[in-house]
Design a protein around this ligand. Structure first.
Ligand code: PPS
Length: 570
C-alpha cells in the first residue's frame, strides 16, 4: 500500500472559496434563507469543507443518502458508510426550494457556507436507524439523536465554504488534511499509523500504540476526537491536556498529536470504516482498530449493540478498497512480576497480571483513592483529579420537593445552618417563596410557569454546583419530568440529592400556617397544589422525610448522613 497516493475516489476536496469570492458570498448570503447549524452539523461541515470527508462535496442528496443507508455506497459506487445529512425543521424546509441557495451560519451568526439545494426529502428514520446503527433502540446515542434531536426533513446539496468554523482552543493542534499531509511530508514520514480515541490515555494505551507503530515500521499519529463523543465522556479540554503529557512518553520524533473535530455516532463497524476513510484523507497509511471500536455500549436489554470484533471484520472486508491498513488493537496488561506491559495473549500462568477497569478507575477518582503509577502517568492523573475532584471537593444540590406547608423551608433552613457550621463550601438557599420574589416574580402557577420556575432554579443551582458550592432548593416542584430535567442539569457537575418531604395533604391542610389551603378551598386561590392542581410524588428520591415522625433538626441530620455516605462531606 503506497503512502500519500491521492485518497480514494479522487483528489482531496477543498471546498473553500478564494478570498474575493468569499467576501462576495458573505454579501449575497443576506438574500438567502438562513439555517443556523447545530453543534453536530458544525462538526460535519468543517470536515466536509476541509476535505476530511472527501469525496463528499456537500451534505448528502437523496440518491447518495439511499445508497449509503442501503449498502454503504454513494450513488457513484464509492464506499462511504455514514449518512452526513443536513437535518432541518419542517418550518424551515417550507421556506426553501430545490435549485435555490441556503446560507449556513454558526451560532454567532457568521456565514460558514452557502448550500445549493439539490434535494429536500423526509427520511425514513426507522430504516436509517436499522441499517446504519443496526437497531431502533434509543439506548443507542445516535438513534436517540436521530429520533429526538435531528430535524424531520433532510436537505442535500453542494457547499461553497465561506469561513472556517472558529475554534478558540488548542489552535496549534488542529489541522486540515492538507496541513497534516504536509507535516508528514516535511518530517519524511512515509508510513503513519493513526490512533483514534475519545478517552484519556494511560500507560497501556501508550504501550499498545507504540507497539503498533513499531510492528508496522511506521510513525504514530494520536488523533483524538474533540468534536462530539459519547455523552458522559471526559471533556476534551481535560483530555487534550492529558494527551500532551502522554506525548512526552514517546521517543522523540516518532509521534505527533492532532485533534479531529469529528461528531462521532458510536456506530461500531460502520464507524470504523468511516474513521479509516477519514484517516486516509489525513494522509495515514494505517489505523489501529480495537475490540468494540466506537461501541455505543449496551441496549435496553443489557446486551451489546455489536459483537466485539464486528468493527474489525467489516473493516477487513473493505480494507483493500479503502487503501489504508488496519492494525488490530492488542489488549495490553501489566505483568507485575515482569514490571512491564505485555499483550494479554502473550501472558502465561506465572504472570501476575494487574488491571484496573474503567469503572474502577472512575471510582478511585471520585473517592480520591490511590491510582498506581503502573496504571497511569502522575501528570495525567493530576489533570484528571483537577477536573474531576473527589466527591468531598465537588459541589452538590439538595433539592427538596413536597406540598406547600410540608416543612421544606424549615428543614432547608436547618440544613443551611448545619452546613455553614461545618464550613468548607459556600452554601446558597433557594427557597420557594424567595425565588418567586427575586427570580420568578412575573410567573404564576400554570404548569408552564411552574416548569419555567423550576428550570430557572435548576440552572442557578447547577452553576453553584459547578463551582463547588452547595445549593439548597426548596420549591414544591410538583412534576416528575421537570425534576428529572433539573437532576440531569446538575448531575453533570456534581451531586444531586432529591429530598421528598412526604407530609400528607391532610396534615399540611390542618397546619395551614399561611391560610392558603383555606383560601384554596374557598376558591380564592386557583391551581393550588394538592387541592386544584396535581402533585406527582417522587419514586426514587435519595431521602424521604416524614415530618410527622422527624423534627426539623433530625430531618436535617438525616440529610447530612446521606451526604456523608455519598462522599460529599466527611
Ligand atoms: S412551584 O410549583 O414549585 O413552582 O411552586 P413554588 O415556587 O415552590 O411556590 C410555592 C409557594 O407559593 C405559594 N403559592 C402557591 N403554591 C402552590 N399553588 C399555588 N397556586 C400557589 N399560590 C401561591 C405557597 O406559599 C408556596 O410556598 P410553600 O413554601 O411551598 O408553602
Amino acid at each position: 500500500m503506497g503512502a500519500f497516493k491521492e485518497p480514494h475516489g479522487g483528489e482531496l476536496k477543498q471546498l473553500y472559496l478564494d478570498e474575493d469570492a468569499a467576501e462576495q458570498a458573505k454579501k449575497d448570503a443576506a438574500d438567502y434563507p438562513t439555517w443556523d447549524l447545530t453543534a453536530r452539523q458544525l462538526c460535519d461541515i468543517e470536515l466536509i469543507l476541509n476535505g476530511a470527508f472527501s469525496p463528499l462535496e456537500g451534505f448528502l442528496g437523496k440518491a447518495d443518502y439511499d445508497g449509503v443507508v442501503d449498502n454503504m455506497r454513494l450513488a457513484n459506487g464509492i464506499l462511504w458508510p455514514m449518512p452526513i445529512t443536513l437535518d432541518v425543521s419542517e418550518e424551515f424546509a417550507g421556506t426553501i426550494k430545490e435549485g435555490g441557495k441556503v446560507t449556513l451560519r454558526d451560532a454567532e451568526g457568521d456565514v460558514i457556507a452557502l448550500l445549493t439545494v439539490s434535494d429536500i426529502w423526509t427520511p425514513d428514520k426507522a430504516k436509517e436507524a436499522r441499517e446504519v446503527f443496526g437497531s431502533e433502540d434509543e439506548a443507542h446515542p445516535a438513534v436517540h439523536y436521530l429520533n429526538n434531536i435531528a430535524g424531520p426533513v433532510y436537505v442535500g446539496g453542494s457547499l461553497e465554504g465561506v469561513s472556517v468554523p472558529t475554534h478558540y482552543d488548542f489552535k496549534l493542534l488542529r489541522d486540515t488534511p492538507a496541513e497534516l499531509r504536509g507535516r508528514f511530508r516535511k518530517l519524511g514520514w512515509r508510513k503513519v499509523v493513526a490512533f483514534q480515541t475519545r478517552n484519556p490515555l494511560h500507560r497501556a494505551h501508550q504501550e499498545l500504540t507504540f507497539r503498533a507503530a513499531k510492528e508496522s515500521e511506521a510513525n504514530l499519529l494520536i488523533q483524538p476526537v474533540v468534536g462530539l463523543t459519547k455523552p458522559g465522556d471526559v471533556d476534551h479540554y481535560t483530555r487534550v491536556r492529558c494527551y500532551e503529557h502522554v506525548l512526552e512518553q514517546y521517543p522523540e520524533q516518532t509521534t505527533t498529536l492532532s485533534l479531529l473535530n469529528l461528531a462521532m455516532r458510536m456506530a461500531g463497524p460502520r464507524e470504523a470504516v468511516w474513521h479509516g476513510l477519514v484517516r486516509k484523507n489525513y494522509g495515514c497509511t494505517h489505523i489501529i482498530i480495537g475490540r468494540d471500536h466506537a461501541g455505543p455500549g449496551q441496549d435496553s436489554n443489557g446486551e451489546d449493540f455489536y459483537g466485539p470484533y464486528d468493527a474489525q471484520e467489516l473493516f477487513k472486508e473493505h480494507e483493500e478498497e479503502m487503501d489504508i491498513s488496519m492494525v488490530p488493537f492488542k489488549m495490553m496488561v501489566y505483568a507485575e512480576n515482569k514490571a512491564q506491559y505485555i499483550p494479554a495473549d502473550e501472558t502465561d500462568k506465572s504472570d501476575n497480571v494487574l488491571n484496573i477497569s474503567g469503572t474502577e478507575f472512575r471510582r478511585r477518582l471520585a473517592e480520591g483513592l490511590d491510582i498506581p503509577d503502573w496504571f497511569s502517568y502522575p501528570k495525567v492523573v493530576e489533570e484528571l483529579r483537577k477536573s474531576y475532584p473527589p466527591r468531598h471537593k465537588q459541589g452538590f444540590t439538595v433539592f427538596f420537593t413536597g406540598l406547600s406547608g410540608s416543612g421544606k423551608s424549615t428543614i432547608a433552613n436547618a440544613l443551611l445552618v448545619k452546613l455553614l457550621e461545618q464550613g468548607g463550601r459556600a452554601v446558597t438557599l433557594f427557597d420557594g417563596d424567595h425565588v418567586r420574589k427575586h427570580l420568578s416574580s412575573e410567573l404564576g402557577f400554570s404548569k408552564e410557569h411552574r416548569d419555567l420556575n423550576i428550570t430557572r432554579i435548576g440552572y442557578v443551582a447547577s452553576e453553584v454546583t459547578k463551582n463547588g458550592g452547595a445549593a439548597i432548593c426548596a420549591p414544591i416542584a410538583p412534576y416528575t419530568a421537570t425534576r428529572r430535567t433539573v437532576r440531569n442539569m446538575i448531575e453533570a457537575h456534581g451531586g444531586f440529592i432529591e429530598v421528598f418531604v412526604s407530609t400528607s395533604l391532610e396534615v399540611c391542610e390542618q397546619r395551614d400556617r399561611k391560610g392558603l389551603y383555606a383560601a384554596a378551598r374557598a376558591g380564592k386561590i386557583k391551581e393550588f397544589t394538592g387541592i386544584s392542581d396535581p402533585y406527582e410524588e417522587p419514586e426514587n428520591a435519595e431521602v424521604v422525610i416524614d415530618t410527622e415522625e422527624l423534627s426539623p433538626d433530625l430531618a436535617a441530620q438525616r440529610i447530612l448522613v446521606k451526604l456523608e455516605s455519598m462522599g460529599f462531606i466527611r
